[in-house]
Design a binder for this molecule. Structure first.
Ligand SMILES: NC(=O)c1ccc[n+]([C@@H]2O[C@H](COP(=O)([O-])OP(=O)(O)OC[C@H]3O[C@@H](n4cnc5c(N)ncnc54)[C@H](OP(=O)(O)O)[C@@H]3O)[C@@H](O)[C@H]2O)c1
Length: 274
């Protein structure tokens, strides 16, 4: 049985909750050594303990991806603990839920860019030389919103589009250096804190005002299995679930038809509470 992740050094940002925590556990089960970053010490410590119980060597870094210095510290800790970096997963992210005309605190646009886009830039820049040494992989956890507009998410969509453009260009630059760039375009995920932490119109977390998920959402298990498979195969893009790819293709051919589908899906959730 091939074990493509055994003994690999995997770095994950935003690993204290949601998808990042689930990926950490899945890579631990697959035999990888881990360096995990997030801001909340207790939550990150708990995830690290779970991974150690699964047999993984784990280093934690309490840090904020919006800070250049913390991106540098992440690479230093990963290299000191694991001798290098095979795979860096920029997963830390925040979202929003508000029509643009109702936004009263415009600072949320800057904050969304800082976490979703600049956070990835800050972490991959210091890691690049080490990824080159091991012909490694940079994984950007994006969203289908990195390709398509989705109502109530202007700032998040813009930040994920910035991340997409950055990754598409970095992939071209790094092709001759042996580093692959994988962008992960996810549908809505169940079982994460993204919606609770999402900014509302006033720039405050949505908390209990958050919207529910439609039956179209993806489980963490499904997302992790697809991502670990994509990393093993050094894919350039994953759309999860794969059938969502049809929507991106429709958007290229008939944008108004694709937008009508997206609008209907969002309207179904707009009044729904979890
Ligand atoms: N949930 C969805 O429906 C969905 C859909 C498509 C794409 N995604 C993407 O999937 C990724 C993970 O989201 P999730 O759903 O798992 O959300 P989540 O449960 O809210 O987890 C977000 C993680 O990011 C960390 N984080 C947030 N800001 C940070 C910062 N400034 N510095 C360092 N870490 C930070 C959080 O930890 P701390 O608070 O401890 O720092 C947490 O570990 C995001 O990039 C998101 O855009 C999610």
């Amino acid at each position: 049985m091939p074990e493509p992740h055994r003994g690999k050094s995997v770095v994950i940002t935003g690993a204290s909750a949601g998808l990042g925590a689930a990926l950490a556990r899945a890579f631990a089960d697959a035999g990888a050594g881990l360096t995990l970053l997030a801001r909340r010490e207790d939550e990150l410590g708990q995830v690290a303990e779970d991974c150690r119980a699964r047999g993984a060597e784990v280093t934690t870094v309490i840090g904020d991806v919006t800070l250049v210095e913390d991106g540098r510290r992440l690479t230093e800790c990963a290299v000191a603990a694991h001798g290098g970096i095979d795979c860096l997963i920029a997963n830390a992210g925040m979202s929003m839920w508000a029509p643009f005309e109702e936004v009263t605190d415009l600072s949320l646009f800057r904050r969304l860019l800082e976490v979703n886009y600049l956070g990835a830039v800050h972490c991959v820049h210091p890691a690049l030389a080490f990824l080159q040494q091991r012909q490694g992989l940079f994984v950007a956890i994006s969203s289908i919103q990195g390709r398509l507009g989705v109502p109530n998410h202007t700032g998040y969509v813009a930040a994920k589009h910035a991340l997409q453009g950055f990754c598409d260009t970095l992939r071209m630059e790094q092709a001759s250096r042996g580093v692959q760039v994988l962008t992960v375009l996810l549908h809505w995920l169940r079982g994460t804190e993204l919606r609770r932490n999402a900014f509302g119109a006033d720039g405050e977390p949505m908390g209990d005002r958050r919207r529910g998920h439609s039956s179209e959402s993806v489980s963490l298990e499904q997302a992790c299995a697809a991502i670990l498979g994509g990393v093993a195969k050094r894919e350039r893009e994953l759309v999860i679930p794969w059938k969502l790819r049809a929507l991106t293709k429709l958007h290229g051919l008939r944008p108004s038809a694709a937008e009508a589908i997206v609008r209907r899906a969002v309207n179904k959730q707009d009044e729904k509470r979890e």
